[in-house]
Design a binder for this molecule. Structure first.
Ligand SMILES: NC(=O)c1ccc[n+]([C@@H]2O[C@H](COP(=O)([O-])OP(=O)(O)OC[C@H]3O[C@@H](n4cnc5c(N)ncnc54)[C@H](O)[C@@H]3O)[C@@H](O)[C@H]2O)c1
Length: 247
């Protein structure tokens, strides 16, 4: 895909990885629509000539309205990057929790909504436009190495495995129309969300299990998005960008 002039939607674009992807694609000449729940942070992208939409992309009506607006403005959508998500952890059973200890169902539902429903809703809205306009576009889901299974992350791991499965299914379903789909599964990336999700001690332990002995950067994830977008033979795969991490 030629990036210069391509019309792109990035979800979860207010901060960290999604934001870096939006800025990198804009720098490569893409016309970027940035979507996120956090309107205040999103607004700081306006100065970078990125169009912003404060919305909940797990809500089918809100997502559909925004996608229609982008279509009206540009007449086509070439790429969707599903980066919206929520890093979360909870044990399957906590022996020390005197209030019950079983996995929190509220957390389960929120994890699925923010990491998986967001991708399905946006994928369906954008696929409709690509199919109807015969656009040979690409959909990229940002999943996680946690999709391989990670202790203490049942909900997040299941949601991210689902995100991989969506991309692989879409590749098979839409490949005949020239539409590509794939997932990028990062390992531990140096973001405020990573540092908020775990203690420094735990993070040091993860870095120790990473072959390169360091965290990745949002820029390296964005570079991977550029590679995946530009290579027109790449589809139906999960790119693990994890510095050689062993979970
Ligand atoms: N940071 C890491 O180390 C890491 C590693 C692997 C995968 N990931 C994944 O990469 C993606 C980005 O990670 P990050 O570290 O930048 O996370 P982050 O929490 O900093 O940003 C996620 C963004 O998604 C937005 N969002 C969540 N639900 C939404 C919804 N329903 N509608 C609109 N926006 C919504 C949030 O408001 C937030 O701005 C996530 O999907 C995350 O699971 C992150």
């Amino acid at each position: 895909m030629e990036l210069d002039g391509a019309v792109v939607i990035v979800t979860g674009a207010a901060q960290n990885i999604g934001r870096c992807i939006a800025l990198t694609l804009a720098g490569a000449g893409c016309k970027v629509a940035a979507l996120d729940l956090n309107g205040e942070l999103l607004n700081t992208l306006v100065a970078e000539r990125i169009t912003v939409f404060a919305c909940d992309v797990a809500d089918a009506d809100q997502a559909s309205t925004v996608v229609d607006t982008v279509m009206q403005a540009h007449g086509r959508i070439d790429m969707l990057v599903n980066a919206a998500g929520w890093i979360c952890s909870a044990p399957l059973y906590n022996l020390l929790d005197r209030t019950g200890g079983r996995h929190d169902l509220g957390l389960w539902e929120k994890a699925l909504r923010l990491n998986l429903t967001t991708a399905l809703v946006m994928g369906a809205c954008v696929a409709e436009k690509m199919i109807r306009r015969r656009t040979r576009g690409v959909i990229i889901n940002i999943s996680s190495v946690a999709a391989r299974g990670n202790a203490g992350q049942s909900a997040y791991a299941a949601a991210k495995a689902g995100s991989n499965a969506l991309a692989l299914s879409w590749a098979k379903e839409l490949g005949g129309l020239g539409i590509r789909a794939l997932a990028i599964a990062p390992g531990f990336i140096d973001t405020s969300s990573t540092h908020a999700a775990m203690s420094q001690e735990r993070l040091r332990d993860w870095v120790g299990r990473t072959a390169l002995r360091r965290l990745g950067t949002p820029e390296q994830v964005a570079q991977c998005v550029i590679f995946a977008a530009e290579n027109d033979y790449l589809t139906g795969t999960v790119i693990e960008l994890d510095g050689g991490l062993k979970l």
